[in-house]
Design a protein around this ligand. Sequence first.
Ligand code: FES
Ligand SMILES: [Fe+2]
Length: 395
Amino acid sequence: MADADQMFERVKDADVAFLGTEPIPAAPYYDPDYYELERKAVFMRSWIEIGHVCELPEPGSFIRREIEFAKASLLIVRSKDGVIRAFHNVCTHRGTQLVEEAQGKRSKFSCPYHMWTFGTDGALLSAPDFASFGIDKKDCALKQVTADVCAGLIFINFAPDPPPLRDWLQGLAEQLETLPVAQATTFSEYVYDIDANWKLTYDNFQENYHLRFIHSRSGEAAFSAENPFAYPAAFGFHGPHRTQTLYSNPDPAVKPFAALGFGRGAVAAAKRNLVSGAHGRSYFALFPNFFILGTAVQHFSHVVYPVSASKSRGVIRLYWVGDDASASERFGREYAMATARDIHAEDRSVIAAGQRGLESGALTHIHFQTQEALCRHLFVSVDKAVADYRAETGQ
Ligand code: FES
Ligand SMILES: [Fe+2]
């Protein structure tokens, strides 16, 4: 039994009243015209998470990322000077994509078509018979996209002159830097495609209202008599970003095998001094489409990329620090990933069913209650960005 000072208190209506209480229009969750505005107003102007520095361990290491919302293929490279840069994966001669591999290491990038060759800093190094073009090599560098790193996470921004990433993060950068992800050296990854709008998909992971019904077995340890829905203990709003403090059930009913699996993970985290951080119960949602949990044992991140108005791709990662030192540590890691997949599998069919329902046009509006305030905050933030964009461009 929890003592009085640990009693759960749910977030109050008044705490989120500033977001409004009116129903939310349904069309932005399926309408292609709204998606097109959102693509330009939000995704082409925001810092978007696309990877982690541990994927680029050495100068010349690169990853290729296909970014559907931008119709772009990007080459993210650790240049010889150690700086991580992002380029369009597009040869500046006649546009051929330079790299087909998803990742690798190269000292330079040669176009297969006519052998224009670029350095890891994007500069054109050589091109056969170049003198006859009558142009300057320095005007032929790969086209760059702004990239920056916070807490080991790599972000890109397609805007021509974006605000610095740290300013964009509105004070959350320092908190993110205390998370295990900032020291991560590896991760397990799970990529999924879903027939659902990116907001509908993302929202599923920022409300606990569904846990009791969709995760009645897998989420059992989260529920308690004082908090039967496992609602969070607090919400925080930081410009378009948001945080929550997850509820910690004081008396969880953990199945023996789960205790074993997560126990192994906890031991591994303790050995690396990662447990009991200040943000062990924090959830950070970075606008527009990324979140990460602060928990060291299952250090879970999730990014939902829009593909169209009604399709998205999600990338789920569990970050880890250091190699597996033993079979036991490996087991802890695999157990955490298997659990994440199982729980996610429970979510997917209701998300896609929601999309089908909304796309039927049967509803003009949807409803968010106080405990779904983070979903409302996402919509309010997106809709504001869209309204600002329309005012600015007259579209
Ligand atoms: S298109 Fe790349 S060298 Fe010609
Ligand atoms: Fe869920």
